[in-house]
Design a binder for this molecule. Structure first.
Ligand code: AGP
Length: 609
């Protein structure tokens, strides 16, 4: 959503604020700003546009001796991107300035109450209501003021707050929106995510739900919303700044595509002990699994697409019915949750608001929640009964790739683990599947070596405006992800379609200006998919097929382009067939001159509904 940072210390604050924000631009980048205490007065400098615009302003008129400041990079929700609506927002008295990530759901009521008291508003944002509320409550004691204000605000908010009367103190608040503290030497930091502070420190403290932090240059104190002191759990980040850097790739997305073999190995090997799967202390009893009526998988976007693959895989190996839901639908459809079903929540960021709300709904209805998450200590991880972390490392590009692939690999292990306990998977099948999953990194490396071929195909079709992805069964689930990747970064309005469904209407859209990408990897239904490919070809479409060598004879008769992937177990082919789709989307977007890492209108972690 948005990225916030803050600094209090003995060095210059501005360089940290800008450098920190540059690491958070993947969260939103339509405007940015900073506020700082200059000689006891709060100054705000903010501007619509990328961070570079703000940086140029600050460099053209460098502020000296600034030891306390907050910064923000925005993804607009309430009030269009503009200089006025940009953060930080300052109170009418000029005493308090604030940056915010999240949404204050009852801001209109609060705004009306403040207007009645004579408060004047200049922006359209919910955030300005927060700073004006603090101002109206302020009695000289900022901690007391914050405590009162947070009781009156509903919704999600991570705040960084400075007050003119506290030139040596930085205040922060966390409720339903991510916020970490960075612990330094004679300086301390706040940020929405770890990459913002890594250049300064590896010691971080993740704020828990409903906490207030008070930071000075040499001290950090935590309190709950009632003012009771709270423990601060400081952890040391293992991954390097380099891991959060581009490593000489032009885009984070390409770096993260290339990292997939390694991060899949990093994710599966700690869970494979002597040919057996051990899932981080998760213990499902045979009795619990036997009594399990159904398994639900709930997520958003690409994580939901992992769920669509998971349905086929888990049902096949556990013989348990699997329901897959979009989190934003799940939470409002009054799902039938009885007999303590297992709800699997999937999320890269672990802070996607719809998914977090769906998790809470599932728990409220009595489900056991297991989440597959990439960000350690994120809200979804904290609130789940069981957590399986994907060890993909920081994923910076908005369009997910390596998180998708590591989530898939954990789904394979989870289904095998359950199948083993339920004896729905034979010992022989179990070890063959494990071998197959362990072979995925090497097979993916093989496909990554075909990048040139895929780039040439992109050269031919990057200006096509009508692109369909078709497939059946698990191939169709991969088509959904392939189409989302292309849409996200190239802005081509593509569509994924169940191959057998086309003839029931949508085939009317197919003509000679259409590219159809057919994913046809499954032996048992290959001929069915082949006939669907013939249907679109006969209507003039160009056809790019993704399949395995053993099908070359038949597929070459109906395809203009073919990308072959190594043979694998049918149910794990999604981990292979998605790779050419990621690379194709990347190169098409690049040829169209799109901002691949920061696509328009998108943000990496959608922390609002
Ligand atoms: C995928 O490329 C997108 N970034 C988006 O669809 C994403 O998958 C979705 O917002 C869910 O995010 P999460 O995995 O962090 O919960």
């Amino acid at each position: 959503m948005c990225g916030i940072v803050g600094y209090i210390g003995t060095n210059d604050a501005i360089p940290f604020l800008i450098q920190g924000l540059s690491k958070l631009e993947y969260r939103g980048y339509d405007s940015s700003g900073v506020a700082f205490n200059a000689d006891g007065k709060i100054e705000v400098i903010k501007k619509q546009g990328r961070l570079k615009v703000l940086e140029d302003i600050l460099n053209s008129n460098p502020e000296k001796d600034i030891k306390l400041g907050i910064g923000h990079t925005r993804w607009a929700t309430h009030g269009k991107p503009s200089d006025i609506n940009a953060h930080p927002h300052i109170s009418s008295s000029g005493k308090i300035a604030l940056v915010h990530n999240g949404i204050i759901e009852n801001y209109i009521d609060l705004k009306n109450q403040l207007i009645q008291k004579g408060t004047k508003f200049i922006s359209e944002t919910d955030t300005e209501v927060a700073v004006q509320l603090l101002d109206s409550l302020y009695n000289g004691d900022m901690f007391e003021t914050i405590k009162k204000a947070v009781q009156m605000m509903q919704g999600s908010f991570a705040f960084g707050i400075v007050c003119a009367d506290y030139p040596e103190t930085l205040f922060a608040v966390k409720k339903d929106s991510p916020l970490i503290l960075g612990i330094g030497e004679n300086e301390n930091y706040i940020a929405s995510d770890i990459p913002a502070v890594l250049a300064k420190t590896r010691k971080i403290c993740r704020l828990k739900e409903k906490q207030i932090a008070i930071l000075t240059a040499n001290n950090v104190n935590l309190f709950d919303f009632d003012g009771n002191p709270a423990e601060k759990a400081i952890t040391t980040v293992s991954w390097s700044v380099y891991a959060a850097e581009k490593n000489n790739y032009e885009h984070f997305m390409m770096k993260e595509i290339i990292e997939q073999p390694n991060v899949i190995s990093a994710t599966i090997s700690p869970r494979l002990k002597n040919g057996n799967i051990e899932l981080d202390g998760i213990n499902f009893t045979k009795e619990y699994l036997e009594n399990l009526q159904k398994i639900c998988v709930v997520a958003c976007g690409s994580a939901y697409h992992v769920g669509c693959v998971a349905k086929y895989f888990i049902e096949k190996l556990t013989k348990k019915p699997v329901e897959v839901d979009l989190a934003s639908e799940f939470r409002y459809r009054s799902p039938i949750i009885d007999k303590k079903p297992l709800v699997i929540i999937i999320s890269q960021s672990g802070d996607t608001a719809d998914t977090l709300a769906a998790l809470r709904e599932a728990k409220f209805l009595g489900a056991r929640v297991l989440s597959i998450v990439n960000v350690v200590g994120s809200s979804i991880a904290n609130e789940s009964d069981d957590v399986l972390y994907t060890w993909a490392g920081p994923e910076i590009a908005v369009a997910t790739t390596k998180a998708y692939s590591t989530q898939l690999s954990l789904i394979y292990l989870l289904a095998l683990y359950i199948g083993k306990i339920l004896h729905t998977v034979s010992d022989e099948e179990y070890s063959r599947f494990i071998d197959n999953v362990e072979s995925l990194p090497q097979k993916i490396s093989e496909i990554l070596r075909k990048e040139n071929q895929i780039q040439q195909i992109a050269n031919k079709y990057y200006d096509f405006e009508k692109i369909f992805f078709i497939g059946r069964n698990i191939d169709y689930a991969v088509c959904m992800e392939g189409s989302l990747k292309l849409k996200e970064i190239s802005y081509i309005h593509s569509e994924a379609y169940a191959a057998g469904e086309l003839k029931h209407g949508t085939i009317s859209l197919i003509d000679s200006e259409t590219l159809v990408i057919a994913v046809a990897t499954l032996d048992e239904i290959f001929d069915k998919t082949l006939s669907n490919i013939r249907e679109v070809r006969s209507r003039g479409a160009k056809v790019l097929s993704i399949t395995t060598e053993d099908k070359s004879e038949k597929i070459s008769q109906v395809s203009d382009e073919i990308i072959y992937i190594p043979k694998s177990y049918s149910t794990t082919t999604p981990s292979l067939s998605v790779i050419p789709l990621q690379l194709l989307s990347y190169h098409i977007a690049k040829l169209r001159g799109c901002d691949i890492d920061k696509p328009r209108n998108l943000a990496k972690s959608v922390t609002v509904e």
